[in-house]
Design a binder for this molecule. Structure first.
Ligand SMILES: CC(C)(COP(=O)(O)OP(=O)(O)OC[C@H]1O[C@@H](n2cnc3c(N)ncnc32)[C@H](O)[C@@H]1OP(=O)(O)O)[C@@H](O)C(=O)NCCC(=O)NCCSC(=O)/C=C/c1ccc(O)cc1
Length: 555
């Protein structure tokens, strides 16, 4: 037995190979290689009746109606010529039909790519040029956002079947597709294996501009198993979740369009976050689980007295926080105001197809500030960013993850894939973390060049490239600036050309016109030169320090 690696049961750390192993029961993965995510979910046994409720209109989709709709839409897509490997773009706010489109597309082996409706036409055109979709699903209101250089055939999502169609690009409506009763199109469905690509979600990763994250059916199937393991034990009753975070991000997508459907949950869907709608929906539908991002928790704390006076939140048991770090102050502030509700934390990336670590019980959540224990079947290493050597417990380094939910790579970007995934399948997360003696992960800082505004990713490189297109800007660097309400917002350090009288507001307006609102630069400082290392890399840490010291000296 001399060669058996010794894993410390308490931390999960194996000293012979420096790998941390998950302490959770490993997830069963279906052995059948010919399996797609939609078939996998629809074949799970559960006692759920209502799958979705539209939070504003009350319209419901039962599980029977959901799977009927998915089959009809898939058959119709097949009749329209959609085949395995084709990319389909979904540009829509949250709706009870968002999952129908995703599940139908993926059931054919076609690939779903989603985008934020707040994105500008220019940003969406970039994603279209990169992902090359053959069809788009969108709403009537969002059609102008598809007016980029590459015209796409469009399926309208929220349209009355008989409404006049005046746009030549519109080839169908979801209503018509869902009404199809004969599913002949499914006969020409091609065989799908678990390794085939299912989703293409965009993320900036550790550096540079947004890239398509390729997740396979296997990645999503493993994530479904993780979600089931996280929320359902044998004695768990039926649960009602509220969906107010966007389904177009991995967080919302894996929960509301896939994972929770495997266990018969009811999901109340709001088209977007609005405080009153959210609270009223909790009250009306007796919601028990509320997945959020930290800025909503902060807003709930700040308005706690009015909230508790006006709404009956007695059904609410769990708040799930993900997408951005949650500070100890926010956790304590929330628990003080809402003692009946427990917070569960989740840590994940688009590149890990959702959750990589989490706290799954009140007891685990009592480790304040932790991102949780490694998800089932996930392995981790903490790697010294300078030496590249793996570290043991309680030592801070870059978190590397390996497991069945780790992406296949970045779409058509071998260079970015090679610098993010190593040959053994380890994903460099770009987060500085340590893992304690009980196996809990703590995120300390970020190595990657990323700004998180309200849980949305803002890649500094993208804003820097845009700033450099201004005729009066010689050089620029963009950094995160901390803010209690939104987490961080983008701040620009700008070097003006000689003789330029460009103002701070001039810089902000120039960027604001071209990017989604969450990417706007909200603070500007002018400097003589951008600090860089000998190879020309921006020394962001120096600028972050400079910003902190100049803002505190202003107080
Ligand atoms: C609900 C939020 C927190 C706040 O919403 P909001 O206040 O209405 O603002 P928006 O973010 O929608 O809009 C941004 C800005 O655009 C503005 N805006 C709004 N609609 C308009 C308009 N139609 N025209 C023009 N301006 C507009 C809006 O006013 C706002 O401006 P400002 O007030 O200046 O911030 C919203 O930002 C939000 O849903 N954020 C969540 C993002 C999110 O899901 N992130 C997760 C990423 S994936 C990930 O990290 C995964 C992690 C994970 C973790 C754990 C797990 O278990 C699994 C996974």
């Amino acid at each position: 037995m001399a060669n058996t690696p010794t894993v410390d049961a308490r931390s999960g750390f194996c000293s012979s190979n420096s790998v941390f192993y998950s302490k959770r029961r490993s997830i069963p993965l279906p052995p059948n290689d010919s399996l797609d995510i939609t078939t996998f979910i629809s074949s799970q046994a559960h006692r759920g009746n209502v799958a979705f409720i539209d939070g504003s209109t009350g319209q419901q989709l039962t599980y029977v109606q959901l799977w009927d709709a998915v089959r009809s839409v898939a058959s119709s897509l097949s009749d329209m010529g959609i085949r395995k490997g084709h990319v389909v773009l979904l540009l829509s706010p949250n709706s009870i039909f968002f999952p129908v489109v995703c599940l139908a597309v993926m059931s054919l082996g076609a690939i779903i790519t989603t985008t934020n409706p707040l994105n500008t036409t220019r940003e969406i055109a970039k994603q279209i040029a990169d992902s090359k979709p053959v069809l788009a699903f969108t709403t009537r209101q969002l059609i102008p956002k598809l007016a980029g250089p590459i015209p796409l055939p469009i399926v309208l999502i929220n349209d009355e079947i008989d409404a006049p169609i005046d746009n030549k690009s519109i080839v169908n409506t979801l209503g018509k597709m869902m009404a199809i009763k004969k599913h002949d199109g499914l006969k020409s469905r091609e065989a799908i294996i678990q390794d085939d690509t299912a989703t293409l979600l965009y993320s900036s990763g550790t550096t540079g501009a947004s890239k398509g994250v390729v997740s396979s059916h296997r990645n999503l199937i493993a994530m479904v198993q993780t979600v089931i393991g996280r929320f359902y034990s044998d004695d768990n009753h039926h649960q009602t979740f509220l969906c107010t975070v966007p389904m177009f991000h991995i967080y919302g997508l894996v929960a509301f369009a896939t994972g929770l459907l495997a266990s018969g949950s009811t999901i109340v869907v709001l088209s977007k976050f609005e405080m009153h709608d959210m609270l009223l929906s909790i009250q009306r539908n007796r919601v028990s689980y509320l997945p959020l991002v930290p800025p909503i928790l902060v807003a709930l704390i700040n308005a706690a007295d009015q909230v508790k006076a006006k709404y009956d939140l007695s059904s609410l048991r769990w708040v799930l926080s993900g997408g951005a770090p949650l500070s100890k102050e926010v956790i304590e502030g929330f628990l003080e105001k809402y003692p009946m509700v427990s917070i569960l934390q989740g840590y994940g990336l688009t590149e890990s197809t959702g959750v990589g670590a989490s706290t799954d019980s009140l007891e685990e959540s009592r480790k304040y500030g932790t991102a949780g224990l490694l998800s089932a079947s996930m392995e981790a290493m903490i790697v010294d960013p300078d030496s590249g050597h793996p570290l043991a417990t309680n030592k801070t380094g870059e978190l590397w993850l390996k497991g069945p939910t780790i992406m296949k790579g970045y779409f058509s970007n071998a260079e970015a894939t090679a610098s993010t995934l190593d040959s053994k399948g380890w994903l460099r997360t770009g987060d500085l973390c340590y893992i304690d003696e009980d196996g809990f992960i703590f995120v300390v800082d970020r190595l990657k060049e990323l700004i998180k505004y309200k849980g949305y990713q803002v890649p500094p490189a993208e804003l820097e490239a845009l700033l450099l297109t201004h005729p009066e800007i010689a050089d620029a660097a963009v950094i995160p600036f901390p803010d209690e309400k939104v987490g961080q917002y983008p701040m620009a350090y700008v070097v003006r050309n000689a003789g330029s009288s460009l103002t701070e507001s001039g810089v902000m307006e120039f960027v604001g016109k071209q990017v989604a609102p969450y990417k706007r630069i909200r603070r500007v400082a002018f400097i003589d030169s951008v600090p860089k290392n000998p190879s020309g890399k921006i020394l962001r840490k120096d600028l972050i320090q400079l910003a902190a010291s100049s803002s505190s000296s202003k107080l």
